[in-house]
Design a protein around this ligand. Structure first.
Ligand code: SF4
Ligand code: SF4
Length: 406
């Protein structure tokens, strides 16, 4: 309680964070702003607010986009404050069925294997179509999850080691996390393909697991710490130049692990690759198309690596790039937020989709799988044909064929 109060007391109530906060922007309610939430936590921690139901609801409505933290002049450790507050109430959580399923799939390899075969059955046999016609996902309160499913792709079985295919520059670790292989196999394959073609050996330890963000942000610090230990051990004992992440939501969590030797090596793949002259090294083929660049808040506000994706895409000849306006802070996906706070998630998504549709781009590029799935669902529901891809996928698709390995 003392730590909670000390962190909350560092806020000087200047209000600079208010205009940047997506939930305040949509509600104009002080309780839905960073300053308001901090004041509520102060009230709770100092014993002045005893009815915690409303306080918890306002804290739970926070997306943890951390835009407020990035601009705060008093350096209030906002994310730590919210996570610690939620930890106080973890035992009282009543998770939805969708959250429980997501948690199981994220934390258990067995559940992931089961999910893989269930998805194959659900999506390739006509079951999904029938279930949707009968509105079964709505009846089971799983429609917010069902809408995120992309067309089924059989994932490649990953090896734990890939050799550089050109003069070797070193060895990197690849963090694929819990959802990469299940829902975004093309990005995983693209990352291996590009990294090896640039000249890096890539290790993909089989023991790696979920980054722990889902657990931490729902107040389960014990599980988050245990997942962090598994991941640090999985990459231990290797001479790694960097540990590369392909989803900024995971990357931001890994960079904040207490194990600093591990955390300091974590780097977003676009930032890592933007340091190399890919156009020449990979003989990148032209792509005469336009792309709309979405910057996930985890990439901007936590990893502080927002320039990487832009610099990476600029290496593809003839590609025209339009960034989404800076006024768009968060798309509303925010881990499991889109499943449990669908109204706010939908309102924020609408802003992204509207801005993206104005660009009339062929692609929307995003560096975080959660955002990509949420935005892709929003585009599809509005009948907008725009392919949502990770930046490294566009690079991999335009490597001169003679240099490809996957
Ligand atoms: S969180 Fe930071 S920016 Fe917001 S009111 Fe407090 S001190 Fe000011
Ligand atoms: S983390 Fe994002 S949603 Fe939460 S208070 Fe800060 S700016 Fe608002």
């Amino acid at each position: 309680m003392d730590n909670l109060l000390a962190d909350a007391d560092s806020c000087v109530k200047c209000g600079l964070c208010l205009p940047t906060c997506p939930t305040y922007g949509k509600t104009q309610n002080e309780n839905e702003s960073p300053r308001g939430r901090i004041a509520l936590i102060q009230g709770y921690a100092s014993g002045q607010l005893t009815d915690t139901t409303a306080v918890r609801a306002h804290i739970d409505n926070c997306l943890l986009c951390r835009e407020c933290e990035r601009i705060c002049p008093a350096l209030v450790p906002y994310s730590r404050l919210i996570d610690n507050f939620r930890t106080h109430f973890q035992a009282e959580n009543k998770p939805s069925l969708a959250f429980t399923i997501l948690e199981k799939i994220s934390h258990s390899k067995t559940a992931r294997r089961l999910a893989q075969s269930s998805l194959r059955l659900y999506q390739t046999t006509g079951l999904q179509k029938t279930a949707r016609t009968l509105k079964l996902p709505e009846l089971l309160h799983l429609d917010k999850m069902d809408r995120l499913l992309t067309d089924y792709v059989e994932p490649t079985v990953l090896k734990d080691y890939y050799s550089a295919t050109t003069a070797c520059k070193g060895t990197v670790g690849l963090f694929v996390g819990c959802m990469g292989q299940l829902l975004d196999a093309e990005t995983v394959n693209a990352a291996i393909s590009v990294l090896t073609a640039v000249g890096f050996n890539v290790i993909v330890p089989n023991q790696q697991t979920c980054c722990g963000a889902l657990a931490l942000h729902s107040g389960d610090k014990t599980t988050a710490d245990s997942l962090a230990n598994i991941n640090t051990q999985a990459f231990e004992g290797q001479e790694l130049t960097s540990i590369i992440t392909i989803a900024s939501g995971c990357g931001s969590q890994l960079q904040e692990y207490a194990h600093r030797e591990f955390a300091d090596k974590v780097m977003d793949i676009s930032q890592f690759l933007s340091g190399f002259a890919l156009r020449t090294l990979l003989d990148l083929q032209p792509l005469a198309a336009s792309t709309c660049l979405h910057t996930p808040c985890s990439l901007k506000n936590v990893m502080r690596a927002e320039q990487g994706a832009l610099q990476l895409l600029q290496q593809i000849p003839e590609l025209s790039i339009q960034k989404l306006p800076d006024t768009i802070v968060c798309c509303g996906s925010a881990g499991s937020y889109m499943l449990e706070h669908s109204e706010m998630a939908e309102a924020l998504l609408t802003d992204v989709v509207n801005a993206a549709s104005i660009t009339q781009a062929r692609y929307l590029v995003s560096s975080n799988i959660g955002c990509a799935l949420h935005i892709a669902a929003g585009l599809k529901e509005r009948g907008i044909t725009m392919e949502v891809v990770h930046p490294v996928v566009l690079i991999a698709r335009h490597i001169n064929k003679a240099k490809k390995v996957m």
